[in-house]
Structure formats: structure tokens, C-alpha cells
Design a protein around this ligand. Structure first.
Ligand code: MN
Length: 275
């Protein structure tokens, strides 16, 4: 099995090294990761500038490629031809903070895995619930072992096409982790606040700051699993269609097809819909 390893904390992050070392026990490993930290960078396709790729060495001497693109760019680069040997699985992480609920579209870790799905390659994102611990002080032993276990299972069981796994591991020693749970996305509660300041020239600028997000602790969710000291495994898909809403949208009185062109309003405000 040829495994592509990437992350969003940057190619020199300890979590990437831990994941690469774990994957090397299972198959051939190629590393393509961003040269800087892209946490919160979301699903990016860089089209307004060229992407540069450089060979780098990790602290254990492992050869890797780094790019000035986002994590999702790194995956696209690798799968579109930068890496010659066909890739069987993309793994992303190990991120130093959990990616739960609505975090998944912000997360560079998870969106790197989403990019792999677009190119038809299965993918698994791994995050450790390290809260705000210093990444350089963090212990990735338990998360590495969980990653190895899950990828070994993946190699036997496979995944349905178009599905990625979002794995979150509690920050605990392996013997204190209670088990593994299949979960759905829970509800993240964001506590962002806009911080307005002034630069030395008197112009306003803004930081989106505030406190670390919490989450609604519900059984069956990713947040609930972590709160109970379980590893959370959430299957995700890129089809975000709200299928139940198709029924209620079906009750809207769109003009009949043949007359739609003639009936389209010319003034934008006429498009406003009163529910
Ligand atoms: Mn990150």
C-alpha cells in the first residue's frame, strides 16, 4: 500500500512525523505537506499564483516534499502527477487540536482528506484533542497507535467510494482510552468575538478572536465520544445537499419550465422570497 501523508500544521510538525512513522509500518510512505501552518485554512484551490515544491528533511532524516500551497493543494499536487507511484490512501494529521462538528470545513487537516476524495483516493484525517497544549510538548504515542489500527483495518475492509473518515483521538494514555465509536457530527459552539484595533497610522483592523470553541455534549456525536474518552470515527461525504429540504423546496411555486424565461424578474429585489 502506498500512503500519502500530509497535514495542516506544517511539514515540520511533530504530529506529521508521528503519523509518517506509524504509516511506514504498514506501507510505502510519501510526504507532501505545506511549508507553514495552515490550521483553519479550509478547502483551498490556489489558482492565482504558481505553487512551489521543495525537498526537505524531517528531524528523523525522512525525505519529504513541502509546498507553499494549502494542505488541499499539497494533495492535489501529489495526486495530479507530482508523485509518480499511484497513491492508495491519503492520511492527514496528526492535528494537534480536535476537528469536531462544523470544524470540518475550516480544518486544513480534514479538507486535505476531502481533496483526496475529489481525485478518487480514499482518505482519513487524524486529530488529537490536545486543546491548547504546546505541539512540541505533546505525546502522539496513543494517537499513532490508533492511526495504525484504523489504517490496518481500512486495508482489509476498504471504504465506500466518496467517503472519508474524520478521526478524533482523546488526549489520554492508550490504556485510558475506552474504545472506538462511530459517530455523527456534533454541534460546535463557537465563541468568536470581533476585536477591532487601530494600526499606527490610525486605520482600523480586525482580529477574529474570542475563546476556544466548546461543543454540545450529545451521545452518538464526535463531541460526545471524546467527552466520554472514546476515539471518534465520523464518516464524511462531500455531497452537502440537504435532502430533506428538497421536499419543502418542491412546494415553492417556481414558474413552469417553458415560461420561466419570460417570468424571470428583471429587478433583483423581486427575487426576494417570503417564506
Ligand atoms: Mn492544524
Amino acid at each position: 500500500m502506498h500512503i500519502l501523508v500530509t497535514n495542516d500544521d506544517g511539514v515540520q510538525a511533530p504530529g506529521l512525523l508521528a503519523l509518517a512513522q506509524a504509516m511506514r509500518q504498514i506501507g510505502d510512505v510519501t510526504i507532501v505537506a505545506p511549508e507553514r501552518n495552515w490550521s483553519g485554512g479550509g478547502h483551498v484551490k490556489t489558482i492565482d499564483r504558481p505553487l512551489r515544491v521543495r525537498p526537505v528533511k524531517l528531524v528523523d532524516g525522512t525525505s519529504a516534499l513541502s509546498s507553499d500551497g494549502a494542505p488541499s493543494d499539497c494533495v492535489a499536487l501529489a495526486l495530479l502527477g507530482l508523485v509518480e507511484q499511484p497513491v492508495n490512501l491519503v492520511v492527514s494529521g496528526i492535528n494537534t487540536m480536535a476537528n469536531l462538528g462544523h470544524d470540518v470545513t475550516y480544518s486544513g487537516t480534514v479538507t486535505a482528506a476531502m481533496e483526496a476524495i475529489i481525485w478518487g483516493v480514499p482518505a482519513i484525517a487524524f486529530s488529537l484533542d490536545g486543546s491548547r497544549r504546546d505541539p512540541n510538548e505533546m505525546d502522539f504515542t496513543a494517537a499513532s497507535r490508533i492511526a495504525r489500527l484504523i489504517v490496518r483495518l481500512f486495508s482489509q475492509r476498504k471504504l465506500p467510494k466518496g467517503i472519508l473518515l474524520n478521526v478524533n483521538v482523546p488526549y489520554l494514555p492508550i490504556d485510558e482510552i475506552k474504545g472506538i465509536r462511530n459517530t455523527r457530527q456534533g454541534l460546535r459552539l463557537y465563541r468568536d468575538r470581533l476585536d477591532k484595533r487601530q494600526d499606527p497610522r490610525g486605520h482600523d483592523y480586525y482580529w477574529i478572536g474570542g475563546d476556544f470553541p466548546t461543543g454540545k455534549d450529545e451521545k452518538g456525536t464526535d463531541i460526545g465520544a471524546l467527552a466520554r474518552d472514546y476515539v471518534s470515527v465520523t464518516p464524511l461525504q462531500l455531497d452537502l445537499t440537504a435532502y430533506p429540504a428538497l421536499a419543502s423546496l418542491g412546494k415553492w411555486d417556481w414558474p413552469p419550465d417553458s415560461t420561466a424565461q419570460a417570468n424571470l424578474p428583471t429587478e433583483p429585489e423581486q427575487l426576494a422570497v417570503t417564506a
